[in-house]
Design a protein. Structure first.
Length: 128
């Protein structure tokens, strides 16, 4: 079976991350709806981000594209973070690496074995 990500060292018998590539400290954050919820023109206003956990992860750029819409050019960066399994991480949370913030689109539990998590993210705002 071909490997999907370069930082995965083996699929058989258990998935594993090459430990030398886990050199990026990341934080996983979530935003909750306040109690009672506050509404503005855009809808429900979310609270300030709360850090769920901090971990070391491997990172690999999946895709970078420029999108032209309505006469504006926008860059879109998709990145995968690989980390050891931690429960409670879901899509919609944020990954923070340095000054960069990424939105988690998808969480992949490799082989459904609760060993390795792959977080598929897109860059938000003015990442540098």
């Amino acid at each position: 079976m071909p490997q999907k990500y370069r930082f995965i060292s083996s699929y058989e018998p258990y998935p594993a991350i090459d430990p030398g590539k886990m050199r990026h400290p990341i934080s996983i954050r979530y935003r909750a709806v306040g109690s009672p919820p506050i509404f503005d023109a855009a809808g429900v206003s979310l609270s300030t981000p709360t850090t769920l956990l901090t971990a070391m992860a491997a990172a690999e750029t999946i895709d970078g594209t420029d999108i032209v819409a309505d006469g504006q050019t926008t860059s879109r960066l998709q990145i995968a973070f690989g980390m050891w399994y931690r429960p409670g991480i879901i899509g919609g949370m944020e990954v923070v690496r340095g000054n960069n913030v990424y939105l988690i689109q998808e969480v992949e539990n490799m082989l459904e074995m609760d060993v390795v998590l792959i977080l598929i993210c897109i860059a938000l705002g003015t990442n540098t």
